[in-house]
Write a protein that binds this ligand. Structure first.
Ligand code: HEC
Length: 210
């Protein structure tokens, strides 16, 4: 049986180990994610923290919170967009029933959509996924050795549904952060269309759409 004399140092030792453990754990998080809970801030730099004033025409609408005090889930006005979480990713490439029910509202071959998708891809995705979608060509691949394992223009992601890629952009997965708070509803589909173009350019998707 543990006596009182033994328990005290044990508890103190455990507390010390837990506290000391935070620093290496944080440092590991920085190594993997590039940031840790310690340097968090309340709002993401591109996040709309308030809805547009009533009656105004916002410059880039489609990403406002659904209601005051609600988290920004990228819901455009007048379009029913289901609430999605990472749990909806379910089966890789397919996703939950809610994901499967999503329909790409844009024309995947529309040059304007592709141009917008490229602009956003080059702003948000290129750093981790590389200009051609190949993780090994990403600018930070040497610092994040996991990235070369992923190839957005490769045959695996070419077989993913549009809706699954859209959902990944919106909610993130594993080591990938969410972009739902930064990329608005229709722009997410524009990015999906651009990822499809990268797959076509790589010869992993037949020309002229899916
Ligand atoms: C901070 C780095 C980072 C950024 C920026 C990023 N991703 Fe990712 N992405 C990842 C990582 C890491 C994974 C692997 C996720 C996992 O471990 O499940 C991934 C995986 C993916 C996958 C699934 C690949 C597969 O083989 O299953 C898709 C699709 C994807 N990302 C699309 C995008 C798009 C589109 C953007 C831009 C809107 C983007 N990512 C931005 C890091 C990033």
């Amino acid at each position: 049986m543990l006596s009182r004399r033994m328990i005290r140092p044990l508890v103190a030792g455990l507390a010390l180990a837990t506290l000391a453990g935070c620093k290496p754990l944080d440092d590991t998080m920085v190594m993997i994610f590039g940031r840790s809970m310690r340097d968090q801030r309340s709002f993401d730099p591109y996040e709309n923290t308030r809805g547009a004033p009533e009656g105004s025409v916002a410059f880039a609408y489609g990403n406002a919170p659904a209601a005051p005090g609600e988290v920004n889930v990228g819901q455009p006005e007048g379009v029913a967009v289901p609430h999605l979480t990472q749990a909806d990713l379910g089966l890789p490439g397919v996703g939950s029933e809610k994901v499967q029910a999503l329909v790409n509202p844009t024309d995947p071959d529309d040059p304007e959509s592709l141009a917008r998708g490229e602009e956003l891809y080059m702003r948000f995705c290129v750093v981790c996924h590389g200009p051609d979608g190949i993780g090994a060509n990403a600018y930070i691949a040497d610092k994040h050795p996991i990235l070369p394992a992923y190839n957005l223009s490769g045959p695996i992601v070419a077989n993913y549904s549009d809706a699954y890629i859209y959902t990944m952009i919106r909610v993130g997965r594993g080591l990938m952060p969410e972009y739902g708070s930064r990329i608005s509803e229709f722009d997410r589909w524009n990015v999906v269309n651009y990822v499809r173009k990268l797959q076509r350019d790589a010869g992993n998707l037949p020309a002229g759409g899916e």
